[in-house]
Design a protein around this ligand. Sequence first.
Ligand code: MG
Length: 252
Amino acid sequence: MKYIRYRKEGTIHYGALEGDTITRLDGNYIEGPVQKLSTGDSLGEVEVLAPTEPRQLLAIGLNYALHAEEQGKPLPEEPMMFMLSPTAVIGQNAGITLPTEDHRIDYEAELAVVIGKEAKDVTKEEALSYVLGYTCGNDISDRDLQKKDIQYTRAKSYATFKPLGPVIETELDPSHTQIKLTLNGEVKQDSNTSDLIHNVEELLAEVTKVMTLQPGDVLMTGTPSGVGPLSPGDELEIEIEGIGKLRNYVNK
Ligand code: MG
């Protein structure tokens, strides 16, 4: 199932997407079981919103070996986790605002995990049963602030710095799926989640040793190699096999 959140004529709806057709649901899929209604909408006539409004937005650093190498950093022995502000989230076709043109600000394509039920101290074996599904994420990062602050929060939490979407795919196998980013039509990142150093099960086990994850919370799993800087007017597309394409542009 592909869950989608969207706005039409000023009202926000939740739906299930098949092809270009949306079937409306009787409630928010984040909050519990939902039923399909008889009303439908066409994808082309709605504004697609981020598929979740997380209360906690968590990310993992340096989780692909080639990316750690390109950043000149050693691989962390344990998953390196950090929190981001959920106010940075935007959805499909929304503009990314660069707060300054003096800093290097990079794109980072990532598989994003959306939590389906409260999770604390989950084992690797049961971890995936706490997942609602998966979406595409972009962990936009101000490299200058990242170096200066050591902490990542400021560098990665500006408004519009966390595009998510376009849908939550509930049937995905996160252990082996292709992840690709194109910038102005040119492929910049092309990898597979089978290259994750710590897989989704391990990440959820480690994170929930520390904190309780709630339905709708998002865990971004790290970016593969090929990151690079953004400029005003750039067009970005992140495609994760089985999920779809997350498209965003950089505001001029
Ligand atoms: Mg990242």
